[in-house]
Design a protein around this ligand. Structure first.
Ligand code: NG6
Ligand code: CA
Length: 527
């Protein structure tokens, strides 16, 4: 059975916030209540968007007016970390408040992975739902669907889906745009299902007679692979994984952003009378980057730049609709990314050739997959016009792992025992009332290496593996020796581990404590 703690409405709302007077009846009822005064909350989570990829974080070769205006209306956070340097573990931690390394099967998930977050686990969506919100997950999912790996029947209602972990509504891509199945799932079944083209998916073998990128490169009319992505072909683009069928349910990559925005807008319209929580996870700017014609070919950096512009457009659509519905003032928007940037992630989209002096990770080293800061350092904006004054900046050290507890505190949701074990309430920092640093932040790289960051230091324990990840050509940060960097210089370059053995010892001890069950530990030296 699912743990569903009904919150006692109004008991836990932070002292920071204007308290909405409650009727005696409401206070006594001890059940979830829909109250229009509660803020709407929207998490806009970009995919692979780097610290330096948007204008308000320093980009000059791509225009992001909507994101810049959002930052101007609230707080620009300059020291926020995703939980991991790839999507699945990062999103797992964000939604559950538990580090991915504590849970099996949290590596980059296949498109036919079973649901990774199980119904009995508490999620940020549960927190909102229990507090009387209507909740939605729209866009990229990448956390598995159905009960068991590879056993989904994509032609029937899936037995397990985001509806089982707190989301009232979902319209999602099972994994990533480069993984089969290339269809949207809405309320547990394939959207626009085409009965004339039953869907079959395999990550083991192709279906007889179906073309693949490897055998039929002439069919790759939209994008060719640079590495991998040579299995099934959908919409002239090679994918990871095999699929057959789909018919009119198959997505067209150029319409994905429009489709996600339209469903998000529809959800807001339908639920404008009640508080809602929307987890809006864009496909942009993940590969295959193949934006709509309106954007494609417009940016000097090619499709990667176009995808950033398309992401910015999505943000603009959401904000305009909130304004039109007169909901903007009392909507808290948190915009961030699931991991750092990558330039060549497997398609010949000329992103490397056209990059110029654009620095996707800003001043930080490496990017997606890496244990260096570029892996998890993500641009982040918080905007809530009613409560948070605009034009602010914060360099507080923050991890997305704390969003579950912070947002639960915001709405007075009770986290059940055993839920969100790694998540701390840092709401006042998120709302700009203080700039308290998390004592330390854990960063998980692609090979599971855990590094640790305090405001001052970054420590990377010795780990096995190649120094460069071939394919994306990304510095992994893995080394046989311990690495310690003074983060006053954002680019990790001068390893001072030998000069600072005590610091190394202390930071190593944080990792060990966390691996041994999450004992909170406050650093005496990291301030
Ligand atoms: C890699 C893919 C990459 C991307 C990544 C997941 C290849 C060669 N590379 O395995 O393209 O899909 O997985 O990205 O297949 S993430 O942002 O969803 O974690
Ligand atoms: Ca990602």
């Amino acid at each position: 059975m699912k743990i569903k703690n009904l919150r006692h409405y109004g008991t836990l709302i932070s002292a920071l916030l204007p308290i909405v007077p409650l009727s005696a009846k409401t206070q006594k009822s001890n059940t979830a209540v829909k109250n229009r005064q509660q803020p709407n909350v929207i998490i806009i989570l970009a995919d692979d968007l780097g610290y330096g990829d948007i204008g308000c974080f320093g980009a000059t070769r791509v225009q992001t007016p909507n994101v810049n205006a959002l930052a101007q209306s609230g707080i620009r956070f300059t020291n926020v970390h995703a939980i991991a340097a790839t999507s699945t573990p990062s999103r797992y931690g964000l939604l559950t408040g538990e580090y991915a390394f504590r849970h099996p099967n949290t590596d980059i998930a296949r498109g036919n992975a079973g649901m990774i977050i199980r119904p009995e686990q508490f999620t940020v969506a549960d927190a909102f739902k229990n507090a009387g919100y209507t909740t939605a997950a729209i866009g990229k999912w990448h956390l598995g669907l159905g009960d068991k790996d590879a056993e989904q029947d994509w032609n029937a209602q899936l037995p397990m889906h985001p509806g089982d972990i707190g989301f009232d509504y979902h319209y999602i891509m099972a994994a990533t745009a480069d993984r089969t199945p290339c269809v949207f799932i809405e309320q547990g079944h394939v959207a626009n299902y085409d009965a004339s083209a039953p869907i079959m998916v395999s990550y083991d073998e192709n279906f007889p007679g179906e073309p693949t990128g490897k055998e039929n490169p002439e069919l790759l009319y939209n994008l060719k692979a640079s590495h991998g992505h040579n299995q099934s072909i959908v919409n002239g683009i090679g994918r990871i994984g095999y699929m057959k069928g789909g018919g009119k349910a198959l997505w067209k990559d150029e319409n994905i952003a429009d489709s996600i925005a339209a469903h998000a807008i529809d959800f807001m319209q339908k639920h404008q009378q009640e508080p809602f929580f929307m987890y809006l996870a864009t496909n942009d700017i993940h590969v295959p980057r193949f934006p709509h014609d309106r954007f494609r070919g417009k940016n000097p950096m090619g499709f990667r730049g176009d995808a950033i512009a398309q992401f910015d457009w999505t943000v603009g659509q959401i904000i305009r609709e909130l304004e039109r519905l007169h909901l903007r003032e009392n909507t808290l928007i948190i915009l961030s990314s699931d991991n750092g940037p990558v330039v060549d992630d497997g398609y010949q989209d000329r992103a490397v050739e056209l990059l110029g002096d654009h620095r996707p990770a800003g001043p930080y080293r490496a990017g997606k997959y890496s244990t260096f800061e570029g892996g998890t350092m993500v641009p982040t904006i918080v905007s809530w016009p009613k409560i948070v004054q605009g034009g602010q900046e914060s360099d507080a050290l923050i991890s997305q792992i704390d969003w579950l507890a912070s947002l639960s505190a915001l709405i007075g949701a009770r986290i059940p025992k055993g839920g969100g074990i790694d998540s701390q309430n840092r709401l006042s920092t998120l709302l700009g009332k203080d700039k308290k640093d998390r004592p330390y932040v854990l960063e998980q790289a692609a090979n599971h290496a855990l590094s640790v960051r305090t405001k001052k230091w970054k420590y990377i324990p010795p780990s096995q593996g190649p120094a460069v990840i071939t394919g994306p050509n990304m510095e992994s940060g893995y080394a046989r020796d311990p690495q310690l960097y003074d983060m006053q210089l954002p680019y990790e370059q001068e390893n001072v581990a030998l000069q600072q053995p005590k610091v190394v010892f202390e930071l190593q001890s944080y990792i060990e404590k966390e691996r041994n069950g999450g004992v909170t530990y406050t650093s005496p030296i990291s301030k």
